[in-house]
Design a protein around this ligand. Sequence first.
Ligand code: AMP
Length: 183
Amino acid sequence: MKNALILLGAPGSGKGTQSNLIADKFNLLTYCMGDIVRSEMSSETDLGKEMKGYITKGDLVPDEVIISMFNDNFNKNDNSNGFISDGFPRTVKQAEFLDNLLKDKGINSLILLMDVKKEKLVERLLARKRFDDTKEVIENRINTYNSEVSLILNYYGTRVIKIDCDGQVDSIFLNILNIINNA
Ligand code: AMP
């Protein structure tokens, strides 16, 4: 069976941590869009320079650019055992693209929303100390997320399963495993 696990959630909601745990457990590939953007940025190419402008402000990379980056990564890999998408889609355009791609490839999707209170997000992000985890950038990334998420939730509708992710890593992981096993 081919499956795509799509993790939606604000920066700091634990998508990266949980996707690593799930990927290990089920031997799945992970596409972490934030890491793909950060690694492109450090490559000093024209695309990398363009990425720097967005990431250092906490703004979203335009849809055409990010969709083509996702697609390039996707096409490089054998996705036959399924995959996890962390941080993609973040807009309705990206969600439409991903739905079409999955339909084309005959891959099912399971969409999880990792829900965390804003105070908790800021606390976690400040503790992380990445260059794009400064107070101002964090504020913009969370606001950007909040303005996009309602549209994307509206697009996916009842396909989204919301998980309370304020708690500890282990219990959130168990909760996710439960959902995957019952899907
Ligand atoms: P993250 O670590 O997931 O918060 O991503 C870091 C940065 O990469 C974001 O602030 C955006 O500039 C960019 N980025 C990551 N994923 C996407 C996406 N799906 N669409 C647009 N920009 C993205």
